[in-house]
Design a binder for this molecule. Structure first.
Ligand code: ACO
Length: 391
């Protein structure tokens, strides 16, 4: 076996072969199953795109109708899951609630049959159907209200906004939310997808796969950045404050949220579409005070860090869209998860097709041949060296 160079974060190291999506980070191109994301955003719907990602091709009308019908039929949550959610602390983060709920599905559907296509189909349908209901239910329950039951006459995006806001959404708002889901559905081997694949490679159940991916998506360097962007715009407060804020971040080596990407070295194509969607919403429902700050931020960051390939990523404008749709800031990442479950499931299915358990190697940097120190002697040694300084 050849000894490979260690690359922190596995940068540039292929972890799998995949036919699901492709990113060209220099040209700013994203394709799902070979179709440009711009075309899917314009002509497709989230559920059709999910079908494309998971089953490998666009569905015909019958297949799509059947898939949508199945998902509508599985939107409701078992009362035991709702009871479990009632015990969650209302101050807890919705991503933690979602991770717990996704994992709990494994308790209810515990008969694992990974070689049975019907089992795969059912798991896909259940996860796509129930995750939006879980996110909306937690939002209402933490305010002390009963969850709103899903409505069969509403489509996927419209039903989620209805369950969240307890009123039927405006058709433009529902369509724009559906496009947001399409844009977030898949993005090659990012951190949460890799996490899903590692978990999948042990042949555990798909609910554990999704729960592990949700936990990974929650971090501020990944899906959690969309929430941090709004907090940052709030902190900056005015257009005049943008330049000093960026200067300070650069000087103190702080990351500017919603900018930069491991793969894209130009503006993320999803950010371009999301910016247009935000503008459509502002035109119909009124502007957002943060938009001018966001524009100035993009201008200044591009000027200062564009040379390093740091441009807006998907998380930069998505928060402005979600705010206008009435989605609370700490639900931005759960909403990302609602969409990305399609990509995670596509990779889960692909992984099962040619599975080999992930078991990378490491470069050991610790010591050897240390003697076991008796407790009495150990205390004397540690007393001289505080815990924080121990190696
Ligand atoms: N703010 C300031 N400088 C940045 C940023 C940023 N957001 N992103 C990258 N840079 C700089 C780095 O400091 C580095 O400069 P240097 O070469 O002088 O040290 C250079 O650009 C290259 O950056 P890397 O650290 O090599 O980029 P990496 O691929 O490791 O990081 C990441 C990618 C984690 C996304 C990073 O850009 C970041 O932290 N962004 C902010 C958080 C964020 O928006 N995350 C969402 C990403 S999209 C998603 O996950 C859905």
């Amino acid at each position: 076996m050849t000894v490979c160079e260690y690359k922190p974060g596995l940068e540039g190291i292929p972890a799998t072969q995949s036919a699901i999506s492709h990113v060209d980070g220099q040209l700013g191109i994203l394709e799902y199953r070979g179709i440009r994301v711009e075309d899917l955003a314009q002509y497709s719907t989230f559920l059709e795109t999910a079908y494309l990602l998971i089953w490998g091709g666009l569905p015909n009308q019958n297949e799509l109708d059947h898939f949508q019908y199945e998902i509508r039929n599985h939107r409701r949550l078992k009362y035991r899951i709702r009871d479990m959610m009632k015990c969650f602390p209302e101050g807890g983060h919705p991503m933690d609630a979602l991770q717990a709920c996704a994992a709990a599905l494994g308790l209810f559907y515990s008969k694992r049959a990974l070689d049975n296509p019907a089992y795969i189909q059912n798991a896909v349908v259940r996860l796509l159907a129930k995750i939006p209901t879980m996110v909306a239910a937690f939002q209402l329950m933490r305010k002390g209200n009963d969850p709103v039951q899903p409505r069969d006459d509403l489509d996927y995006a419209g039903n989620f906004l209805y369950m969240l806001n307890e009123r039927e959404p405006d058709p433009l708002a529902a369509r724009i939310f559906d496009i947001c889901l399409t844009l977030h559905a898949e993005h090659t081997i990012n951190a949460s997808t890799f996490s899903a694949m590692v978990t999948a490679s042990t042949l555990t159940d798909p609910y554990a796969v999704v729960a592990s991916a949700v936990g990974t998506l929650a971090g501020p360097l990944h899906g959690g950045a969309n929430e941090e962007v709004i907090n940052m715009l709030e902190e900056i407060g005015t257009v005049e404050n943008v330049r000093p804020y960026i200067d300070r971040c650069i000087q103190e080596k702080h990351r500017i949220m919603g900018f930069g990407h491991r793969v894209y070295k130009v503006k993320d194509p999803r950010a371009t579409i999301l910016q247009k969607l935000a503008e459509q919403l502002f035109e119909k429902f009124g502007g957002d005070e943060y938009y001018a700050i966001a524009l100035e931020l993009e201008h200044v960051v591009t000027e200062r860090l564009g040379g390093k390939g740091v441009y807006p990523n998907v998380d930069f404008y998505s928060g402005l869209v979600y705010r206008k749709l009435g989605i609370p800031t700490d639900l931005f990442t759960p909403v990302f998860a609602i969409a990305r479950v399609a990509g995670w499931l596509a990779h889960w299915k692909e992984q099962l097709g040619e599975n080999r358990i992930f078991r990378p190697t490491q470069i050991y940097t610790g010591s050897h041949n240390q003697s076991y120190i008796p407790m009495a002697d150990r205390l004397q040694i540690w007393d001289k060296q505080p815990l924080a300084g121990r190696v």
